[in-house]
Design a protein around this ligand. Structure first.
Ligand SMILES: N[C@@H](CCC(=O)N[C@@H](CS)C(=O)NCC(=O)O)C(=O)O
Length: 229
């Protein structure tokens, strides 16, 4: 059994997509990040960066104590290794998936996160910051669009690299992108969206969080953070 500490955000969706695809038994523990659940003592023990997602595997492969993992990329890798699915076993295939997973973790996620912040949430509309992250989003979409030419999925076969990137492109309108300008990306998005496991993952999110927007109280929790040690 996997215990998943989760909220309904792109980094959270990555893990529900994996768990639904692999049909691993799991239970969700909602961590409402707009209400400050990420600062709870018990959660910080497994996720010291006060961010979702995190998991606890109750049956790790070494037969030892339950094992916790934080950081969505590390969780996807862990689950890929645990199940032997969505992560190639051969050297070259595995390197490619790792490259694109790290590209998502170090580039696509953080840059699009800043795009959301300055474009949607920031109390001041700062043209320099908005322009910087919209341009970077456009550049990254271009990289992915080119990569997908001649490939069904990012690394050929469906993998954890797709699961990591997809939830970040879902809000393309909010990122001030035109998906029609990226035809390969559009085709890949449609293929991802049509996967029954992806549908199930997003349906779960709707059951857990009915509020589509981040309200003013949540903004104070999320954007007023400083040092806490
Ligand atoms: N690099 C981390 C980022 C996780 C992250 O930023 N999670 C956000 C939701 S998408 C969060 O928990 N935010 C809570 C907060 O800012 O306090 C990962 O990929 O797991």
């Amino acid at each position: 059994m996997i215990d998943l500490y989760y909220w309904t955000t792109p980094n959270g969706h990555k893990i529900t997509i994996f768990l639904e695809e692999a049909e691993l038994p799991y239970r969700i523990h909602p961590i409402n990040i707009g209400k400050g659940d990420q600062f709870g003592e018990a959660f910080l023990k497994i996720s010291p960066n006060n961010r979702i997602p995190a998991i606890v595997d109750q049956d790790p492969a070494d037969g030892g104590e339950p094992l916790s993992v934080f950081e969505s990329g590390a969780i996807l890798l862990y689950l890929g290794e645990k199940t032997g699915q969505f992560l190639p076993q051969d050297l070259r295939g595995r390197v490619e998936v790792l490259e694109w997973l790290m590209w998502q973790m170090g580039g696509l996620g953080p840059m699009l996160g800043q795009n959301h912040h300055f474009g949607v949430y920031a109390p001041e509309k700062l043209p320099y910051a908005i322009n910087r992250y919209v341009k970077e989003t456009e550049r990254l979409y271009g990289v992915l669009n080119k990569r997908l030419r001649g490939r069904d999925f990012i690394c050929g076969d469906y993998s954890i690299a797709d699961m990591a990137a997809y939830p970040w492109v879902v809000p393309w309108e909010r990122q001030q992108m035109q998906i029609n300008e990226f035809p390969e990306l559009k085709r890949w998005m449609e293929a991802m969206e049509a996967r029954p496991a992806v549908e199930r993952a997003y349906a779960k999110a709707k059951d857990i969080n009915t509020e589509a927007t981040v309200n003013e109280d949540a903004k104070k929790v999320l954007f007023g953070q400083g040092r806490r040690d």
